[in-house]
Write a protein that binds this ligand. Structure first.
Ligand SMILES: [Zn+2]
Length: 441
């Protein structure tokens, strides 16, 4: 009964009766005629009893995936049955198999392939629609079904959790007529939770950069999951700090070197700009050595050749005294901080850490520059978390890498109107590796 063509087509419950050769066009595929090959197809969808009285023949032409690069036209000649059960309100129904439900104009596998191309293949909805010859709404709905099928409802336990925010588009405001005030309809921030110790990728996102949003997501996890989190990597954001303190009291907070270095470089740049205006009466420009060195100043001296480093220090000393001395002090403070952060992953001795930290604080205090005083205060505020970085070497780089994927997805889609859809797309894109879709083998 089962012939080779039926095996080749692989639609369960349907048998190929014949194949009619294609037309002349390069895109024209053959016409595949199908017959029902499953007894269950004649069971009434409402009462489940197999029908015995046929009403008429009908032909359905669902679209299917291409075969060998050509689109085949399916013709399924099937029966419409009458349901004779007295208790059943259904009068007639047509045959259906799981791959081709009644009234469906697509095979299930075509619908699933179009959704998987978006969720697992990294394609945009419109490109998947073009590839599968479908419309945008069909593929979008197929993607949503696919995402809910493949994404785990609850994340697996993680040891190191990363929390980071990413901006999505502009905020939207609505006027509250009653109080005559504007309130945000759509928050422009998404806060993401990333598995930094395993390969689960982005575990979830919430809308809004607030303590309530972050603790809300964490409290949705079961207590065992929350207990399992030993470290949480964040950037220097007090919202995340207090949210983690509330929801995960046992976890140790870690702030990695990336944001600390960024702060030090900002302080250095602010000092250079402020003193340039004070000494020269205008902004820096070509011909001003400190302006020409602006990018070299924020580079790490450990990564610079002596050929570049020594002339830079000489040039700074040759500047007008007040300007050169301040920039050099700020640069030295930044380098002291980098020396301190370089101790991470070396199992540093407490006395070494204390010595380098004191040298940094001392440099900031004696400089007399308010920007450096502020930098030292920030470091002091966040010192327990920075010390945790020196001792564990945990960084939030995984979250920053995830943000890159989030932004690429948003650009590819030319932005999202619906934040819920964006979170689902983002979650699929950032978990592709963990779900085994980036492995070339
Ligand atoms: Zn029935």
């Amino acid at each position: 009964m089962v012939n080779d063509t039926t095996l080749l087509l692989g639609l369960d419950g349907l048998a190929v009766t014949r194949v009619v050769a294609a037309g002349d066009g390069p895109q024209d595929g053959p016409v595949v005629c199908l017959a029902t090959a499953d007894e269950r197809a004649r069971c009434c969808p409402q009462c489940g009893v197999a029908a015995v009285r046929m009403k008429e023949w009908v032909t359905t032409r669902p679209r299917d995936l291409p075969m060998g690069g050509r689109r085949c036209a399916l013709r399924w000649r099937k029966r419409r049955w009458r349901c004779d059960q007295v208790s059943c309100p259904r009068q007639t129904f047509t045959e259906q198999v799981p791959q081709i439900p009644a009234r469906s104009r697509l095979t299930l596998r075509l619908r699933q392939a179009s959704g998987a191309a978006v969720g697992d293949g990294g394609r945009t909805v419109i490109q998947s629609a073009r590839d599968h010859d479908l419309s945008w709404p069909i593929v979008s709905a197929a993607f949503t079904e696919h995402a809910h099928r493949v994404l785990p409802a609850q994340p697996e336990p993680v040891t190191v959790l990363g929390i980071d925010e990413v901006r999505r588009g502009r905020p939207r405001w609505v006027l509250d007529e009653a109080t005559d005030t504007w309130t945000t309809a759509v928050d422009r921030w998404h806060v993401g939770f990333v598995d930094l110790s395993g390969d689960q990728g982005l575990l979830g996102q919430v809308e809004g950069r607030t303590i309530a949003a972050v603790t809300g997501w964490l409290n949705q996890r079961d207590p065992a999951w929350r207990q399992h989190v030993a470290f949480v990597a964040i950037d220097m954001c007090t919202i995340f700090k207090s949210a983690v303190r509330t929801a995960l009291p046992q976890a140790r907070l870690v702030v990695d070197h990336f944001h600390v270095v960024q702060l030090a470089n900002q302080a250095l740049t602010e000092i250079r700009r402020r003193l340039t205006v004070q000494v020269r009466g205008r902004r820096g420009r070509k011909g001003n050595r400190e302006w020409e060195l602006r990018n070299r100043l924020t580079r790490s001296a450990a990564r610079m050749h002596a050929r570049q480093l020594d002339p830079m220090v000489d040039d700074l000393q040759a500047l007008p005294a007040r300007l050169g001395r301040a920039i050099l002090a700020a640069w030295n403070a930044k380098e002291d901080l980098l020396d301190l952060l370089a101790l991470a992953r070396t199992h540093p001795d407490r006395s070494v850490i204390a010595h380098r930290l004191f040298r940094f604080y001392d440099r900031c205090a004696t400089s007399g520059l308010p920007e450096l005083h502020r930098l030292a205060t920030t470091i002091e505020t966040w010192w327990p978390e920075i010390l945790a970085f020196l001792q564990t070497g945990i960084t939030n780089a995984g979250s920053e890498g995830t943000n890159r994927v989030i932004k690429t997805t948003a650009r590819d889609a030319y932005g999202f109107r619906n934040p819920g859809n964006q979170r689902l797309r983002t979650r699929c894109a950032t978990t592709r590796k963990g779900r085994g879709h980036l492995n070339p083998a």
